[in-house]
Write a protein that binds this ligand. Structure first.
Ligand code: SIN
Length: 475
């Protein structure tokens, strides 16, 4: 287990000697401590990245590609070790953690294939006077801030395209799950990544850390995954230096079930969209809209499926709903449920926290929730499914779009025309049609409106980490 900072290829303590305690959310027990970086360590890491980056950018794309492919292989070879680490510090069930390792590794394989395909263009100016040559060099040094809900995959989704394009990166992993971040970086070095290309600096002083990283003259870009509120603050600060930015922010996903849907498929999709990784994903279905003709049956079947989940420590292979990340998360979820019930919603199942130790909430279905009520306006980030009945197709699209968020949406119907017509009118970056899971390194992940800026994955993901340079050439 790596527990020190990684700067310029060397492991060491933070300059003020502080440490971060890591807890197991299934028990509340301390499981490890890691070095905490001070703001000057963040800046030192940016300098180390700046020193290493030009040589890395000058490598043949094929060399970078093969190192990335090696990173994919080494993560796959360490699946069990990494999955156990993820479960210990994040809480998610082992099966989900293994799935996360495969997902995280795939970003390396996908971007190994993209590294050799960063294409520019050559055109003739309309005047005929010169050629227009367009190329895409790397941005340089990229500062990355990643969340605790996917301790491995939210790092590799950023790092893989960034280094494939020839950048060097400085990562601030979350204080809840730094162990996986440090071990993934360790394995990347073992796979042949040169020192200084990936630097990892956990911290207890995130705001000062960020300011120091942004103020470092080498930094040219920030990439963040987390809440919209934090994203706004980071963007404001990054604007002082006109840094490039990508932001993967909050969601408030609608899940629409039309009368003609295959109801069993809709319930299975709802379970995936809601409960994947213990309901702590920004793509999680947050509001369920069921058409009047199927609403009661949908609620009943969903409550049966939620009630069949086994809640407990993710280390138990029988468990498929692990703990929430903290007691604060439990308080927030419970407050939203109590408020909805107080306003007239019926609890079809669940509705209360589980007594400690650990931070567990019973899988919950709330029926008769009013559109626009508080629980439909907050990102629940927990195992609670509020169901709203609709009768009018125009109305459900407008309810679904009545939010500042626009990350993921889901539509269930057997009518393809209705599915696509609805999908095109939903102001969301990703729409699942008869599908409860959409995340794929080969697809563009990202949101519209206040859910984010830019896309991760797919062909365009790598270009987020590139500049565009135009050369006017005459010959
Ligand atoms: C997230 O919750 O931020 C990411 C979810 C995913 O990649 O599927």
């Amino acid at each position: 287990m790596r527990t020190e900072l990684l700067i310029g290829g060397k492991w060491g303590p933070g300059s003020d000697g502080q440490r971060i305690t890591v807890f197991d959310p299934a028990t509340g027990d301390e499981i490890a401590s890691v070095a905490a970086g001070a703001p000057e360590d963040a800046s030192r890491a940016c300098d180390a990245a700046a020193d290493a980056q030009p040589e890395w950018a000058a490598e043949a794309p094929r060399i970078r590609s093969e190192i990335l492919r090696g990173c994919w292989q080494i993560l796959i070879d360490h699946t069990d070790e990494l999955a156990e680490m993820i479960t210990n510090e994040n809480g998610k069930p082992l099966a989900d953690a293994r799935g996360e390792v495969a997902y995280a590794a795939e970003f390396f394989r996908w971007n190994a294939e993209e590294a050799v395909r960063i294409h520019g263009s050559l055109g003739v100016a309309p005047s005929g006077g010169n050629r227009i040559l367009v190329r895409h060099p790397p941005v340089g040094v990229v500062v990355m801030i990643t969340p605790w809900n996917f301790p491995a995959a939210m790092i590799t989704r950023k790092v893989a395209p960034a280094i494939a394009a020839g950048n060097a990166v400085v990562i601030k992993p979350p204080s809840e799950t730094p162990l996986t971040a440090l071990r993934v970086a360790d394995l990347m070095q073992e796979a042949g990544l040169p020192p200084g290309i990936v630097n990892v600096v956990p911290t207890r002083r995130p705001a000062e850390w960020y300011d120091a990283a942004v103020d470092n003259q080498a930094t040219r870009m920030v990439s963040f995954t987390g809440s919209t509120a934090t994203g706004r603050r980071l963007l404001r600060r990054a604007s002082d230096r006109v840094l490039k930015a990508t932001m993967e922010l909050g969601g408030n996903a609608p899940f629409i079930v039309f009368d003609d849907a295959d109801l069993d498929a809709a319930v299975a999709g709802a379970m995936t969209a809601k409960m994947r990784h213990s309901a702590q994903t920004c793509t999680a279905a947050n509001r369920f809209f069921a058409e009047a003709g199927v609403a009661d049956e949908f609620v009943e079947k969903l409550a049966t499926a939620m009630g069949a989940l086994t809640v407990g420590s993710g280390r138990d292979e029988a468990v498929n709903c692990g703990p929430m990340i903290s007691s604060a998360a439990i308080d927030k979820i419970d407050g939203l449920v109590k408020e909805a019930v107080g306003a007239g919603a019926r609890t079809a199942i669940g509705g209360t926290p589980v007594d400690g130790p650990g931070y567990f909430y019973r899988p919950t279905v709330l029926a008769g929730v009013a559109a626009g009520s508080p629980i439909t306006r907050h990102e629940i980030f927990g195992p609670v499914a509020p169901v709203i009945v609709f009768t009018d197709h125009e109305e459900v699209v407008s309810w679904a779009n009545d939010t500042e968020m626009g990350l993921a949406a889901y539509v269930y119907t057997t009518d393809l025309t209705k599915a696509l017509h609805t999908g095109e009118r939903l102001a969301y970056g990703m729409v699942g049609v008869n599908r409860g899971a959409m995340s794929d390194p080969a697809a563009p992940f990202g949101g519209m409106k206040q859910s984010g800026l830019g896309r991760e994955g797919a062909g365009e993901g790598i270009y987020e980490f590139c500049e565009t340079q135009y050369i006017a050439a005459q010959w």
